[in-house]
Design a protein around this ligand. Structure first.
Ligand code: C2E
Ligand code: MG
Ligand code: MG
Ligand code: MG
Length: 291
């Protein structure tokens, strides 16, 4: 079934794919070509202040402009790249492209931040902090504008080594964020010890909070937990003004989601920022008695 779907070109990668199979080998050589031929694309999704509506920056999300398949989404190749080690080249490409983009924003008078996703292998790479530092210096971008997102499972793979790398990255002055919080199996003891600044509530909770009281309670408690630990909180998956209003009322600091802006090619960023208008969420009526 998986092979059939691949044959039809519907998917590139599925977890069931055998690593020695022909499909796997061909995907491997296609990825190599993608990096060499500059087929990767930097997309950016806005992050805003939920109280003021101000654009704070964005999250860098990779896309693959494939010559035959068109625009390929990350879930179709990132898991494979993580398993085969290609992810390190992708991360370096994203860091380079993202930091260069921030420099362009800076030259236009914007102090927007950018978040870039890291995978387990990146955290096991002892050269990563030096590489990041070099890129920031080369493009003359302050470290405080860069945020690196890691997931709970990324850390828990090898907590000792991950902690060392995270500490070095943090010492450079950049921000660290825990992505998809609530879906992994992190221990609160680690959360306390990690040098992180921000926590991102997974979109599954945010997207359901208007319908499901349990999800709303999870969001509410996560915001409380983060604030008590001195972390700022970002909600991902904000699709409606009502979700925005509810999150703002719960004290969530920042938000990201299709309802605010979809991921866009980086060259459209400045035009999007120029036309952005925050919705009047104070006026949204919340027919819930839970806050
Ligand atoms: P993520 O880091 O949690 O990124 C957020 C994902 O949620 C993005 O999907 C974004 O398009 C999607 N999203 C944002 N707002 C909404 C919303 O309101 N509704 C819905 N339904 N979805 C929303 P995308 O771009 O497909 O990326 C998926 C995942 O792939 C990312 O999840 C991240 O784990 C991974 N990824 C993407 N780019 C990179 C990269 O450069 N490096 C690494 N290591 N992973 C990446
Ligand atoms: Mg992320
Ligand atoms: Mg996320
Ligand atoms: Mg996610």
């Amino acid at each position: 079934y998986a092979a059939k779907r691949r044959q039809l070109g519907v998917v590139l990668y599925e977890p069931s794919m055998d690593h020695r199979s022909e499909a796997s080998l061909s995907l491997m050589s296609e990825l190599r070509r993608a990096i060499e031929q500059q087929e990767l694309r930097l997309y950016v999704q806005p992050k805003v202040d939920l109280l003021t509506g101000e654009v704070l920056g964005g999250e860098a999300l990779v896309r693959w402009q494939h010559p035959q398949r068109g625009l390929v989404q990350p879930m179709q190749f990132i898991p494979f790249a993580e398993q085969t080690g290609f992810i390190r080249q992708i991360t370096i490409w994203m860091l380079e492209a993202g930091i260069r983009e921030m420099r362009r924003w800076q030259d236009q008078g914007h102090a927007h931040k950018l978040s870039i996703n890291l995978s387990t292998r990146d955290l096991l790479d002892p050269d990563l902090p030096a590489r990041v530092s070099l890129l920031l210096e080369r493009h003359q971008v302050p470290a405080t504008r860069l945020c690196l997102e890691i997931t709970e499972s990324t850390i828990m793979d090898d907590p000792q080594r991950a902690l060392q790398t995270l500490q070095k990255l943090h010492d450079l002055g950049l921000r660290l964020s825990i992505d998809d919080f609530g879906t992994g199996y992190s221990s609160l003891a680690y959360l306390k010890r990690l040098p992180v600044d921000e926590l991102k509530i997974d979109r599954s909770f945010v997207m359901n909070m208007e319908r499901d009281l349990d999800d709303a309670r999870i969001v509410q408690s996560t915001i409380g937990l983060a604030h008590h630990l001195g972390l700022s909180v970002v909600a991902e998956g904000i699709e409606t003004d009502k979700a925005w209003a509810l999150l703002a009322r719960l004290g969530c600091d920042e938000g990201q989601g299709y309802g605010i802006g979809r991921p866009m090619p980086a060259d459209q960023w400045l035009a999007w920022v120029a036309t952005w208008q925050a919705p009047a969420t104070e006026a949204v009526h919340l027919d819930t008695d839970f806050t």
